[in-house]
Design a protein around this ligand. Sequence first.
Ligand code: SAH
Ligand code: SF4
Length: 337
Amino acid sequence: MNLDKLEEVLSSEPQYRIKQVKFDLFQRLISDWDQATTLPLSLREKLKKEFPLLLRAKTLISKDQKTVKALITFDDGLSVESVLMRHNGRNTVCVSSQVGCPLACLFCATGKMGFKRNLTSQEIIAQVLFFARYLKNFKPAGKVSNVVFMGMGEPLLNFEQVIGAIRILNDKNCFNLGARKISLSTSGIAPGIKKLADLELGINLAISLNAAEDKLRSKLMPINKKYPIKEVLKAVNFYIAKTNRKVMFEYLLISGVNDSLKQAEELSKIVRRNLYLVNLIRYNPTGKFKPSGRDQIEMFRELLEKKGVNVTQRFSFGQDIKAACGQLATQETPAGL
Ligand code: SAH
Ligand code: SF4
């Protein structure tokens, strides 16, 4: 699915066609051009050939039915995983921005598979479109209410295509999703955070922090050698000054690695600031480490609260289908390799 191609096919048509077609695609969510009955038959036939609507995907549904994971395969045979989470009246789609990830964080299954390539805006949008169609056919029918860039890959290393996708999500004639409903998580690519600040998109920003001092963070997240904590925080402060928006710091809790009370105290020193919010996440097993125990998490959290830090806790979904944070990975080999 390539929107530039769509504009090209429609270039000889009257101006209003593009709006009409976008409405059919993103709001009526047609999956076959025959459903676009306001278009002339000859145009439908042309679109069928030049702009096929089929999305190739396999789905897995969690036992509690609240999480759905889709393996979406693109034209070159490479695939990504995307996740739909249905809870608290929201339908949140977690999208991937790259096939694999070059940053190799020790705790992350995506990091382990290495980097294959960046996704295009259209490939990112295809993931949302897949779940939008899925929810439309649900009983009762639903809509995508939130999109988070927290799937496979580092979104700020695929900046232009990710921004392009955000603009399509935002576009009134396309998904018409407010910026406040879109979140992006980064491992801390400082120049990307500054570039994002300059665009003033109004989306939510999250930083994967996971350690409060450089030595441990560099071990867990090798990108920290390039952009150490101080650099990341400088970029975040620039972002806050520019946008006046809250920034979320994600902190995975891994047993015996980053969950001691001393480490909570170190963390409190760097995150006790206005508009900083800490989100504690229990590590989801990916083979390497053990998750922290419930009591340890509770003590860690209490210490942060006592020190005056704004803390929330994220509850993970979809562990039984390996759809939780950090568990996304694909093994598929592209055709012909
Ligand atoms: N590359 C970006 C976005 C994708 S990762 C980033 O790293 O921020 C999205 C989130 O999943 C990050 O907050 C990361 O810290 C978290 N994550 C990675 N592995 C995890 C695991 N095993 N358990 C729980 N969360 C994990
Ligand atoms: Fe990449 Fe994010 Fe996973 Fe690190 S946590 S390997 S940056 S996807």
